[in-house]
Design a protein around this ligand. Sequence first.
Ligand SMILES: Nc1ncnc2c1ncn2[C@@H]1O[C@H](COP(=O)(O)OP(=O)(O)O)[C@@H](O)[C@H]1O
Ligand SMILES: [Mg+2]
Length: 205
Amino acid sequence: MLAREVHDRIGSGLALALRRLDMLETTAAGSDPDAAARLQQVRAAVVDVLCATRQVTSALRDSPPAVTPFSIEDALRGFVQAMEISEPIVDLRVDGVDGLLPAAVADAVFLAVREAMRNAVAHAHARHVAVHITWDAEELHASVADDGDGFDPARAAEHGSTNGLLGMQERIQAAGGVTTVTSAPRRGTRITLWVPVKERNTRHV
Ligand SMILES: Nc1ncnc2c1ncn2[C@@H]1O[C@H](COP(=O)(O)OP(=O)(O)O)[C@@H](O)[C@H]1O
Ligand SMILES: [Mg+2]
């Protein structure tokens, strides 16, 4: 969704700016060589941003790295970097040995945590997002907590557009785990995940 937002809003805005520059350049070209040169610089700057935007949208759309086992921490840090945001500040702490996680668990957790982070960035107007993931050979715990606007999870479901949250819960459930969403208007949002690492594990509180 954020990929689409970035693409539709920023990408299209920049494309429009380029078309206007085209028109300006045509008018300015004959009359003022100096203005034409400056317009050229503006064009280069706009093209630069357009390229950066495309990199972000493709990074946002990317599925987890094809190589398994991959590093959840590296993948999430790559995601944060690709967004090139200054706010919210994302504090990411990962404590676990990648080799301990079955690929299916690593995939599910990466995608769920990324969606929770994406939501915190896209919807919360948060200043901070704290992301903690920790696991051993038995189980994994993850939390994504922002200090933003919060929302009413029950009403979000009523109003449709909960593909991200539903998808997250379905993925974690398919991995045998449990998701909780704690949020209230103006109280920030906290998503927690618990996932068994060993199959024989069953849900506990
Ligand atoms: N961290 C958050 N802070 C504030 N609102 C949120 C947050 N996460 C989700 N929401 C709200 O819940 C809605 C559903 O989220 P989601 O299922 O991921 O769909 P989408 O992100 O595509 O809108 C969002 O549109 C938003 O209104
Ligand atoms: Mg979402």
